[in-house]
Design a protein around this ligand. Structure first.
Ligand code: SF4
Length: 187
Protein backbone atom coordinates (compact mmCIF):
# COMPACT_ATOMS: atom_id res chain seq x y z
CA UNK A 1 0.00 0.00 0.00
CA UNK A 2 1.38 3.40 -0.89
CA UNK A 3 1.05 6.70 0.92
CA UNK A 4 0.47 10.18 -0.47
CA UNK A 5 2.91 11.36 2.20
CA UNK A 6 5.79 9.58 0.48
CA UNK A 7 8.91 11.71 0.18
CA UNK A 8 11.85 11.51 -2.19
CA UNK A 9 15.45 12.64 -2.04
CA UNK A 10 15.73 14.93 -5.06
CA UNK A 11 19.08 16.25 -6.24
CA UNK A 12 17.65 18.61 -8.86
CA UNK A 13 14.72 19.24 -11.19
CA UNK A 14 15.48 21.15 -14.39
CA UNK A 15 14.26 21.73 -17.93
CA UNK A 16 16.53 21.06 -20.89
CA UNK A 17 16.90 18.95 -24.03
CA UNK A 18 17.58 15.25 -23.78
CA UNK A 19 21.21 15.14 -24.83
CA UNK A 20 21.73 11.44 -25.51
CA UNK A 21 20.25 8.37 -27.12
CA UNK A 22 16.88 7.77 -28.76
CA UNK A 23 15.19 11.00 -27.65
CA UNK A 24 18.14 13.30 -28.37
CA UNK A 25 16.90 16.85 -28.88
CA UNK A 26 13.58 16.31 -27.10
CA UNK A 27 12.61 19.03 -24.60
CA UNK A 28 12.30 17.27 -21.25
CA UNK A 29 11.89 17.89 -17.56
CA UNK A 30 14.64 16.06 -15.69
CA UNK A 31 14.04 14.78 -12.17
CA UNK A 32 17.38 13.71 -10.73
CA UNK A 33 17.14 11.45 -7.70
CA UNK A 34 19.94 11.46 -5.17
CA UNK A 35 21.85 8.29 -4.31
CA UNK A 36 23.15 5.24 -6.15
CA UNK A 37 23.78 1.57 -5.43
CA UNK A 38 26.97 1.52 -7.50
CA UNK A 39 30.23 3.45 -7.12
CA UNK A 40 31.64 3.64 -10.63
CA UNK A 41 35.11 5.24 -10.65
CA UNK A 42 34.24 7.17 -13.84
CA UNK A 43 30.95 8.59 -12.49
CA UNK A 44 30.65 12.23 -13.58
CA UNK A 45 27.31 13.00 -11.88
CA UNK A 46 27.29 14.65 -8.49
CA UNK A 47 24.01 13.30 -7.16
CA UNK A 48 24.84 13.25 -3.45
CA UNK A 49 23.21 16.51 -2.35
CA UNK A 50 19.44 16.41 -1.98
CA UNK A 51 16.28 18.14 -0.88
CA UNK A 52 13.51 16.01 0.58
CA UNK A 53 10.36 16.60 -1.48
CA UNK A 54 6.82 15.24 -1.38
CA UNK A 55 4.98 14.08 -4.48
CA UNK A 56 2.98 17.32 -4.49
CA UNK A 57 6.13 19.43 -4.27
CA UNK A 58 7.73 17.56 -7.18
CA UNK A 59 4.56 17.92 -9.27
CA UNK A 60 4.40 21.67 -8.58
CA UNK A 61 7.97 21.99 -9.82
CA UNK A 62 7.60 19.92 -13.00
CA UNK A 63 4.36 21.72 -13.94
CA UNK A 64 6.35 24.98 -14.27
CA UNK A 65 7.81 23.73 -17.56
CA UNK A 66 6.23 23.27 -21.00
CA UNK A 67 7.23 19.71 -21.84
CA UNK A 68 5.26 16.60 -20.88
CA UNK A 69 8.32 14.42 -21.39
CA UNK A 70 9.86 13.50 -18.03
CA UNK A 71 13.31 11.97 -17.66
CA UNK A 72 13.79 10.33 -14.28
CA UNK A 73 17.50 9.96 -13.67
CA UNK A 74 20.11 9.84 -10.92
CA UNK A 75 22.13 8.40 -9.30
CA UNK A 76 19.99 5.30 -9.58
CA UNK A 77 16.37 6.52 -9.69
CA UNK A 78 14.79 3.07 -9.29
CA UNK A 79 16.00 3.00 -5.68
CA UNK A 80 13.26 5.54 -4.96
CA UNK A 81 10.80 5.87 -7.84
CA UNK A 82 7.50 4.54 -6.48
CA UNK A 83 3.76 4.45 -7.08
CA UNK A 84 2.64 7.83 -5.64
CA UNK A 85 4.88 9.86 -7.92
CA UNK A 86 4.24 7.62 -10.92
CA UNK A 87 0.47 7.93 -10.44
CA UNK A 88 0.67 11.70 -10.09
CA UNK A 89 2.76 12.03 -13.26
CA UNK A 90 0.40 9.73 -15.17
CA UNK A 91 -2.66 11.63 -13.95
CA UNK A 92 -1.20 14.77 -15.56
CA UNK A 93 -0.45 12.96 -18.82
CA UNK A 94 3.34 12.87 -18.57
CA UNK A 95 5.47 10.47 -20.63
CA UNK A 96 7.85 8.91 -18.11
CA UNK A 97 11.32 7.88 -19.26
CA UNK A 98 13.78 6.36 -16.81
CA UNK A 99 17.58 6.18 -17.00
CA UNK A 100 18.91 3.27 -14.96
CA UNK A 101 22.07 1.24 -14.35
CA UNK A 102 20.25 -2.10 -14.80
CA UNK A 103 20.46 -3.24 -11.20
CA UNK A 104 16.74 -3.07 -10.33
CA UNK A 105 13.37 -4.09 -11.82
CA UNK A 106 11.29 -1.34 -13.46
CA UNK A 107 7.92 -0.43 -11.92
CA UNK A 108 4.77 -0.42 -14.07
CA UNK A 109 3.66 2.94 -15.53
CA UNK A 110 7.16 3.76 -16.80
CA UNK A 111 6.84 4.45 -20.53
CA UNK A 112 10.47 4.19 -21.61
CA UNK A 113 13.50 2.52 -20.07
CA UNK A 114 17.03 3.54 -21.00
CA UNK A 115 19.61 1.23 -19.48
CA UNK A 116 23.32 1.98 -19.30
CA UNK A 117 24.42 -1.20 -17.56
CA UNK A 118 27.06 -0.84 -14.90
CA UNK A 119 28.47 -3.40 -12.46
CA UNK A 120 26.51 -6.69 -12.17
CA UNK A 121 24.21 -8.12 -10.87
CA UNK A 122 21.59 -6.90 -13.34
CA UNK A 123 18.00 -7.41 -12.22
CA UNK A 124 16.23 -5.20 -14.72
CA UNK A 125 13.26 -6.87 -16.42
CA UNK A 126 12.62 -4.63 -19.46
CA UNK A 127 14.72 -2.26 -21.55
CA UNK A 128 13.63 -0.13 -24.52
CA UNK A 129 16.99 1.45 -25.18
CA UNK A 130 20.41 0.03 -24.35
CA UNK A 131 23.13 2.68 -24.22
CA UNK A 132 26.71 1.54 -23.70
CA UNK A 133 29.80 3.66 -23.25
CA UNK A 134 32.06 1.94 -25.78
CA UNK A 135 35.53 0.90 -24.66
CA UNK A 136 36.12 -2.03 -27.00
CA UNK A 137 34.21 -4.49 -24.79
CA UNK A 138 32.02 -7.35 -26.08
CA UNK A 139 28.87 -5.27 -26.59
CA UNK A 140 27.11 -8.07 -28.50
CA UNK A 141 27.07 -10.25 -25.38
CA UNK A 142 25.60 -7.37 -23.39
CA UNK A 143 22.99 -6.68 -26.08
CA UNK A 144 21.97 -10.35 -26.05
CA UNK A 145 21.46 -10.21 -22.27
CA UNK A 146 19.21 -7.13 -22.42
CA UNK A 147 17.33 -7.86 -25.68
CA UNK A 148 16.50 -4.17 -26.25
CA UNK A 149 14.96 -2.95 -29.53
CA UNK A 150 17.17 0.15 -29.71
CA UNK A 151 20.95 -0.14 -29.36
CA UNK A 152 23.31 2.81 -28.87
CA UNK A 153 27.07 3.12 -28.43
CA UNK A 154 28.59 6.24 -26.98
CA UNK A 155 32.29 7.11 -27.20
CA UNK A 156 33.93 7.29 -23.76
CA UNK A 157 35.92 10.35 -24.92
CA UNK A 158 36.96 12.15 -28.07
CA UNK A 159 39.89 9.72 -28.18
CA UNK A 160 37.74 6.74 -29.16
CA UNK A 161 35.06 8.42 -31.28
CA UNK A 162 36.58 7.05 -34.50
CA UNK A 163 36.82 3.55 -32.98
CA UNK A 164 33.16 3.74 -31.90
CA UNK A 165 32.01 4.92 -35.33
CA UNK A 166 34.07 2.17 -36.95
CA UNK A 167 32.43 -0.49 -34.79
CA UNK A 168 28.95 0.82 -35.57
CA UNK A 169 29.61 0.92 -39.31
CA UNK A 170 30.78 -2.69 -39.15
CA UNK A 171 27.78 -3.67 -36.96
CA UNK A 172 24.91 -1.51 -38.22
CA UNK A 173 22.32 -2.70 -35.70
CA UNK A 174 23.97 -0.13 -33.39
CA UNK A 175 23.54 3.64 -33.56
CA UNK A 176 25.79 6.43 -32.35
CA UNK A 177 24.87 8.43 -29.24
CA UNK A 178 26.75 11.60 -28.41
CA UNK A 179 26.53 13.73 -25.30
CA UNK A 180 25.09 16.63 -27.29
CA UNK A 181 24.24 18.62 -24.15
CA UNK A 182 28.00 18.86 -23.50
CA UNK A 183 28.68 19.90 -27.10
CA UNK A 184 25.93 22.54 -26.82
CA UNK A 185 27.03 23.53 -23.30
CA UNK A 186 23.54 23.14 -21.85
CA UNK A 187 22.54 21.31 -18.68
S1 SF4 B 1 25.61 3.78 -11.78
FE1 SF4 B 1 25.65 5.79 -12.81
S2 SF4 B 1 25.15 7.28 -11.21
FE2 SF4 B 1 25.68 5.35 -10.17
S3 SF4 B 1 27.88 5.57 -9.66
FE3 SF4 B 1 27.72 4.50 -11.66
S4 SF4 B 1 27.85 6.13 -13.22
FE4 SF4 B 1 27.38 7.13 -11.25
Amino acid sequence: MWSTDETYRINEIFYSLQGEGYFTGTPAVFIRFSGCNRACPFCDTDHSAYTTMTTDEIMAEVRRFNSHHIVVTGGEPLLQLSTPLLLALKADGYFIAVETNGSLPVPPMVDWVTCSPKEEPWNIDRVDELKIVYQGQDVEAIAERFNAPHLFLQPCSSLNTAETIGYIMAHPHWRLSLQTHKILNIQ
